[in-house]
Design a protein around this ligand. Structure first.
Ligand code: GLU
Length: 452
């Protein structure tokens, strides 16, 4: 078959479980490769395993790709294509490359029942040496003698993996198959089918496995954190795309930050390593933090909005005041809820917890009268700042010289506790700013009356 020059790649997941990051890295590499060659990127759902394939997994894949911004140009689902496969099975039988084999194959259904089958369709293995030039691994050679006559369909209506992959890659004009290294041993069988159909196989690029931090292989069963889980935790898709791209691919310099468009410019398959790449959640979190810090306040609020509790109504002044401090403290937007809940570092914003008056005493100045004097002075000073200029800096400047003469701990500790009722919180200026002038005054008055 003549192919056009246009590059066509595909991502061909089987919807039989949630996918770990490695699967999306495969999709990412395929998508980038298509884009940099001005080609096409296809999503093909490989759901020939009827018992294990589930709609929810398919939906999860599609949602994840969309969220990551990996747009595909065409979509196929293998269960919609049974007639096409049938035609090819027949063709292989007619040309003597496959045969119906009468045998008792015991298939186990999910219900655990074994069902004897009378017929399967097997490919007549010519038992030759198959060689191909993998774009990542170089020359790969297999002796297919050992493989025997392998099954390509359970019946005319039930083709299995090797056949459908070949038929689809052919029909869809796939030029480059970029997939996980775990498929390398499938390649010779698939190439034999190509040959039997008189077609030229695509180029293959088998990308290295993704390993957990303990160097064990990630799989659907182990280490599979669905991509949508990262969305739920408040990761930025651009951080994930950036991190995934660098798992196994090395740019020519030490550059660490890439947008998708920059990846399209810089990526090359021949700089993908052969050895496994380690997926490290902490490194991913580091990337996420980097991208969060780069957001403008407006962008931050947009991304954060699904994570901001209801009581902080969106668009309120409080939200805007909170942005810089949240930005500094979070790794992912999901951290916001913890920071703002009652026991969180910023929990005092919603409501001040009840605290014993002893907490207002600075450890080096454990005296109620002294604490009261400092709080009264702080309150008077704070009242002189107008609502409009009530910033953390303004509060700090107003109180600074008094605190320097009276002792910073002596003044700022009771002030901070009066505003937060918490042992731990940001500094009292930031707390005052976050609460606003009115609430700051109320809380100071309450603390003073506690000490009266
Ligand atoms: N459907 C296969 C899988 O999910 C991938 C097939 C291929 O990329 O050739 O592992």
């Amino acid at each position: 078959m003549e192919k056009d020059d246009k590059v066509i790649t595909r991502f061909a997941p089987s919807p039989t479980g949630y996918f770990h990051a490695g699967t999306y890295r495969t999709a990412l590499f395929s998508c980038i490769f298509a884009r940099q060659n001005e080609g096409k990127f296809i999503l093909r759902i490989e759901d020939t395993d009827k018992e294990r394939s589930k709609k929810e997994y398919e939906e999860n894949i599609m949602e994840s790709l969309e969220w990551l911004g990996l747009k595909y140009d065409a979509f196929y689902r293998q269960s919609d294509r049974t007639e096409i496969y049938k035609k090819y099975i027949q063709k292989l039988i007619d040309s003597g490359h496959a045969y119906i084999s009468k045998e008792t194959v015991v298939a186990t259904s999910t219900a655990g029942q074994t069902q004897p089958r009378e017929e399967v369709i097997r490919f007549k293995n010519p038992k030759t040496k198959v060689t191909f030039n993998d774009l990542i691994r170089g020359k790969v050679e297999f002796d297919t003698t050992e493989l025997g006559d392998f099954v390509i369909a359970k019946s005319m209506d039930e083709p299995v993996f090797h056949l459908v992959v070949v038929v689809d890659d052919m029909e869809m004009g796939i030029t480059h198959v970029i997939r996980g290294e775990d498929h390398i041993s499938n390649t010779p069988r698939q190439m034999l089918i190509y040959e039997a159909l008189g077609a030229t196989p695509p180029r293959y690029a088998h990308i290295p496995l993704l390993l957990g931090k303990d160097r064990s292989k990630l799989s659907k069963r182990k280490g599979a954190v669905p991509m949508t889980e990262y969305r739920r935790k408040g990761y930025l898709p651009k951080a994930i795309v950036n991190y995934l791209a660098l798992l196994g691919w090395h740019p020519t310099d030490d550059k660490e930050f890439f947008t998708f468009d920059e990846l399209v410019k810089s990526f090359s398959l021949d700089r993908v390593q052969k050895g496994g790449a380690i997926f490290d959640d902490e490194k991913l979190a580091w990337y996420n933090r980097h991208y969060i810090l780069k957001l403008t306040d407006q962008e931050f609020l947009e991304s954060a909005s699904p994570f901001i509790p209801e009581w902080l109504s969106s668009g309120s002044d409080m939200n805007k005041r909170l942005v810089p401090i949240l930005k500094e403290k979070i790794t992912s937007f999901g951290d916001i809820a913890n920071l703002l809940n009652v026991s969180g570092e910023l929990g005092f914003i919603k409501e001040i917890p009840s605290y014993p008056k002893e907490m207002l005493l600075w450890k080096k100045d454990p005296d109620f009268i002294s604490a009261r004097t400092h709080l009264t002075k702080s309150l008077e000073t704070i009242k002189t700042i107008s609502n409009k200029s009530f910033t953390a800096d303004a509060i700090k400047v107003a109180l600074w010289s008094y605190a320097e003469t009276s002792g910073k701990g002596n003044v700022f500790w009771p002030l901070r506790v009066a505003l937060t009722g918490q042992e731990k919180s940001p500094d009292p200026f930031v707390c005052g700013f976050l609460l606003g002038r009115e609430e700051t005054i109320i809380r100071l008055e309450n603390a003073i009356s506690k000490l009266s």
